[in-house]
Design a protein around this ligand. Structure first.
Ligand code: AMP
Length: 352
């Protein structure tokens, strides 16, 4: 194998927490870098650095204390990444982060690979938006190019009359207009690629969003055999193009015209949490294996699973859920807030 003993993780949320648990099962240590105090990952990691992403001293000390660096969220400042990368390798690669941090770059990258996306146009001002609406038509969605997540930074445009309000919602940020895709359902593929280029994809999951936030993921997804193959091939093509190392989440719209790529997340993904109870090796272990330079493990699905997020007041259901066979995963967050992901449960049924 190799000499990786400690993995540095940028971000201390639930994804960093579950990555730390997976690392510790493999006898590896984790060091979390997180600006806010008492992060969920801090409860299970070996070391936590509480510092901001512009604290050069803290970044250098963090990098020097680990063998390899990974991350659990995309919006890491470039200056911090530059400094960290001068000390230790970062996986997944910077190219994957740069691609997913900017919706316009991401869409161009996907189109250059010959993959289908929603029609899109760059929007810097009201003139661009008027032109884009004329070309793309309505309904459409205006999205900030950067820093959007869980449906934030998005405005629907049902008719050209909505343009001004939508543009005001972007608060001056560079945006793209996306044509509205009429899809029957949404699926995602969680794919992994190891340092030596081997690829393993988990079975695609079917996602249900409510108010832009993931509610449930169900496996198996409703897909024909050829759609299932296509979904995995799309993921593999992206992983190879980025010379990727680690786990990636890929969101797809299922349409009569085929699979349309919505977005790429260069990290473990909420829609992959079902793997914790549906596979021998889950997405978190697969990611740790890849970034630590290990071979990928067996991610084949042994059970049917529905993953249900516990968001905000959903925590009130916990006493009842605890009486069922559901596998419970809580993130150790103390304050319950509306829209905050507090945990998830996996409802497992053995595959026939
Ligand atoms: P996003 O943050 O881009 O993943 O968008 C959040 C959710 O909004 C998606 O999961 C879809 O349900 C919906 N959505 C985003 N973009 C489009 C689109 N171009 N057409 C239809 N629905 C969309």
């Amino acid at each position: 194998m190799n000499n990786v003993k400690t993995i540095g993780i940028l971000g201390g949320g639930q994804l960093g927490r579950m990555l730390s648990v997976a690392a510790s099962r493999l006898g590896l240590k984790t060091h979390i870098f997180e600006p806010s105090a008492n992060p969920p990952a801090g409860h299970v990691a070996d070391v936590v650095t509480t510092a901001s992403y512009d604290d050069e001293g803290a970044l250098k000390a963090f990098a020097a204390s680990v063998d390899v660096i990974t991350f659990e969220f995309e919006n890491i400042p470039t200056s911090a990444l530059d400094l960290l990368e001068s000390v230790r390798p970062i996986h997944p690669p910077r190219a994957a982060l740069a691609t997913s941090q900017d919706r316009l770059t991401e869409k161009n990258f996907l189109q250059d690979l010959g993959l289908q996306t929603a029609p899109f146009a760059d929007v810097q001002n009201a003139d661009d938006l008027a032109q884009a609406i004329e070309t793309i038509g309505t309904p459409a969605i205006l999205k900030t190019r950067q820093m959007g997540y869980d449906g934030k930074g998005q405005a629907r445009i049902m008719s050209p009359a909505d343009a001004d309000t939508a543009l005001a919602d972007m608060a001056g940020a560079s945006s793209i207009l996306e044509g509205f895709v009429t899809f029957s359902h949404e699926v995602s593929v969680i794919g992994a690629r190891s340092a030596d280029g081997a690829i393993s994809c988990f079975d695609p999951g079917e996602n249900v969003h409510v108010n832009g936030i993931l509610r449930t993921t169900t496996v198996p997804a409703k897909l024909t055999p050829s759609q299932r193959t296509d979904a995995v091939l799309i993921a593999a093509r992206i992983l190879n193009a980025l010379d990727y190392v680690g786990v990636m989440g890929l969101e797809l719209f299922v349409t009569p015209q085929g699979l349309i790529v919505n977005e790429i997340a260069p990290r473990v993904h909420n829609s992959g949490h079902w793997t914790q109870n549906g596979c021998a090796i889950d997405q978190f272990e697969q990611h740790i294996r890849a970034v630590a330079g290990w071979p990928l493990g067996d991610g084949s699905r042994h059970s049917d699973v529905t993953m249900e997020n516990l968001i905000g007041d959903d925590m009130d259901k916990l006493p009842e859920l605890a009486k069922t066979d559901a596998a419970i995963h809580l993130y150790g967050k103390t304050d319950v807030k509306a829209g905050r992901k507090m945990g998830h449960v996996n409802h497992v049924k053995k595959s026939a």
